[in-house]
Design a protein around this ligand. Sequence first.
Ligand code: FES
Length: 101
Amino acid sequence: MISESISDPSAVTFHFNGDEIKAQDGQSVAAALLNVGARITRITRIHSQPRGVFCGIGICFDCLVVIDGVPNQRACLTDVRQGMKVEIQDGVGDYAGDSQP
Ligand code: FES
């Protein structure tokens, strides 16, 4: 039964734009974000439009986020990890400490 498999939703805690989010171990970042109503994962480079999870299978790249300072991570293909820091990606994203455009 599905509800039995998610009986401990507090198994993993991570941060999304500074907010603490609880998720189940093995859940994708995308699923965890959708579960709490967070729909925006990135802002487009040219027109600054919001994007979020679309295909859910790693094809569209609309779910790109910055994870622990590394941009261009697909939220739908990345499992949550205890303590990870996920941020909305603005444009192409900058690597932590990288001053290159
Ligand atoms: S939602 Fe399409 S690649 Fe993640």
